[in-house]
Design a protein. Structure first.
Length: 92
């Protein structure tokens, strides 16, 4: 990979397809369930005890543009390709 980068010389920074700004990273939001233990306390009120926030949800990460906040990708492979500047979509 190093050789390939040297041959390319200047790496073109990918542009957000939504706002057109050059971005060198994406905001990756990784959803998880927050698990609480719900009990009733001695006053009869609901009591929430935090248990865990590491359980993955059954849908994947979303990748947002840091400039405009639009969701650009929901697929990790596509997001990585985009940041490498090798997306197959050329808007020309
Ligand atoms: Zn943008």
């Amino acid at each position: 990979m190093v050789y390939e980068e040297e041959m390319l010389g200047v790496i073109n920074m990918p542009k957000s397809p939504k706002c057109g700004k050059e971005i060198n990273y994406l905001r990756d939001f990784s959803p998880v369930w927050q698990e609480y233990k719900l009990t009733i306390d001695k006053n009869g009120d609901a009591d929430y005890e935090f248990v865990d926030n590491t359980t993955s949800m059954d849908f994947g990460d979303i990748y947002e543009c840091p400039e405009c906040g639009e969701v650009l990708f929901t697929d990790e492979e596509e997001a990585v390709k985009f940041l490498r500047g090798k997306t197959s979509e050329k808007g020309e």
